[in-house]
Design a protein around this ligand. Structure first.
Ligand code: ATP
Ligand code: MG
Length: 394
């Protein structure tokens, strides 16, 4: 049996000039990590393509492709079969390797890429030869260079020749780990997992912070957060989750602050604790799933009051998105069905009947001033429980 492999075209990192090498190294490391559970692979790059070759037999290449499809920094990928740099072998390989697809199609074309300039035939001649061979073997086929059912690509490279069918679109974005690290405030809702995914797509490595208020919130709600992060980690790679005990703080807010400011003060306390944990974990920013105007705590005024409490810049990738657009991504990353499971969140505990939609920072700070928060916040951050998400099983 011939050697099959995955050919990968890198995405935007091609634009990074001198940093290209570093970006590519990180991308290759990420690909290896994503594939590690499936077995051993050789991953190397040459001539703006990354080659992924299984080093063991019985590797499930469908599964490998699915995983490669979730690695950020990849524009396109395809399964390919290796052939000798010899037209007879290339033609035979194309006919055998793509047999099923060629039998199903009624039109096709051949494209050739010849990066090994020592190969005797030029690209148009390769297309003509392979095209002619396939036409003879598959009477169902005719050539259509404009809208073929299938495009057969022959690549002649330094190491060998490769034959492949259609390429799949990659996840896009830039490799995780090249954009620094940020802490995402993750609830069990629809929005924050999507926000996390969007920042990972821009190369950001994730750490997660979740606030739990037992007994008002259940263990099942915490499990839900872990399940959501597991979905995100299929794209972003592994991360650490810090679950912060938040009950005492929420009860204190309820006992000591005006009801219409409960939510905004709670959000400020969350952002302070997350800043603390984030800095401790080497994060340079926070991420939230806020979307302008979605709820009372997400008006411009409320966000300004929350922001004023942050010790790190806060990224809100969903700020200008409609719920429908957010849900589309949530479904794509298979988080939606988990998010809509009905487990209470600490945000729904002590929800005021009439939250202030235009809070003024000065008055919010005044409302907070009767309590010694610092000690309580540090204690909560220190007592956070760490869970590893998406780490390979040891
Ligand atoms: P989501 O769908 O992400 O729950 P939401 O529309 O319910 O968001 P809010 O409840 O106001 O909006 O929360 C806004 C953001 O605050 C969330 O996207 C998340 O980043 C953060 N957040 C809310 N609750 C928690 C929590 N229990 N733990 C950590 N972060 C939270
Ligand atoms: Mg929520």
């Amino acid at each position: 049996m011939k050697q099959e492999l995955i050919l990968i075209k890198v995405g935007e990192i091609a634009l990074k000039g001198l940093n290209r090498r570093t970006f590519e190294d990180v991308l290759m490391k990420n690909i290896k990590r994503h594939l590690a559970p499936l077995g051993k692979f050789e991953v190397r790059s040459a001539q703006s393509t990354i080659y992924v070759r299984p080093l063991e037999e019985d590797v499930d290449l469908d599964d490998a492709c699915e995983r490669v499809g979730k690695v950020f920094g990849i524009a396109a990928y395809s399964r390919a079969c290796m052939a000798k740099k010899d037209m007879d072998d290339i033609n035979r390989t194309a006919a055998e390797y793509l047999k099923e697809a060629l039998e199903e199609a009624s039109t096709f074309k051949v494209e050739a890429k010849r990066s090994d300039k020592a190969f005797p035939l030029k690209s148009p001649a390769i297309c003509a030869e392979t095209g002619g061979y396939l036409l003879e073997r598959f009477p169902n086929l005719s050539v259509d260079v404009h809208e073929p059912d299938i495009t057969v690509t022959v690549e002649i490279r330094d190491f060998g020749a490769y034959v492949r069918g259609e390429a799949e679109r990659g996840a896009g974005g830039i490799p995780v780990g090249t954009g620094g690290k940020a802490a995402v405030l993750i609830s069990g809702g629809i929005d924050s997992p999507v926000a996390a995914w969007m920042m990972a797509k821009r190369g950001v490595e994730l750490t997660a912070v979740h606030f739990a208020s037992p007994p008002y919130t259940s263990e099942r709600a915490e499990e839900k957060v872990k399940e959501l992060l597991a979905r995100v980690s299929e794209y972003s790679g592994r991360m650490r989750l810090f679950t912060v005990p938040f009950t005492k703080i929420q009860e204190t807010i309820q006992a000591r602050c005006p009801e219409e400011l409960f939510t905004i003060i709670m959000r400020r306390m969350m952002i302070k604790i997350a800043s603390h944990i984030g800095m401790r974990e080497g994060c340079a920013a926070l991420i939230t799933g806020e979307s302008l105007g979605q709820v009372a705590s997400q008006t411009i005024h409320a966000i300004a009051c929350t922001d004023a409490a942050a010790g790190l810049p806060v990224f809100r990738p969903l700020i200008g998105m409609d719920k429908e657009e957010i849900v589309r991504i949530s479904r794509k990353i298979e988080a939606f069905d988990i998010s809509i499971q009905p487990y209470e969140d600490c945000c729904t505990v002590f929800t005021p009947k009439h939250p202030r939609t235009r809070p003024v920072l000065k008055f919010v700070e005044l409302a907070e001033s009767g309590v010694e928060w610092e000690e309580m916040l540090r204690e909560a951050a220190d007592q956070a429980v760490m869970t590893k998400i998406g780490y390979a099983k040891e």
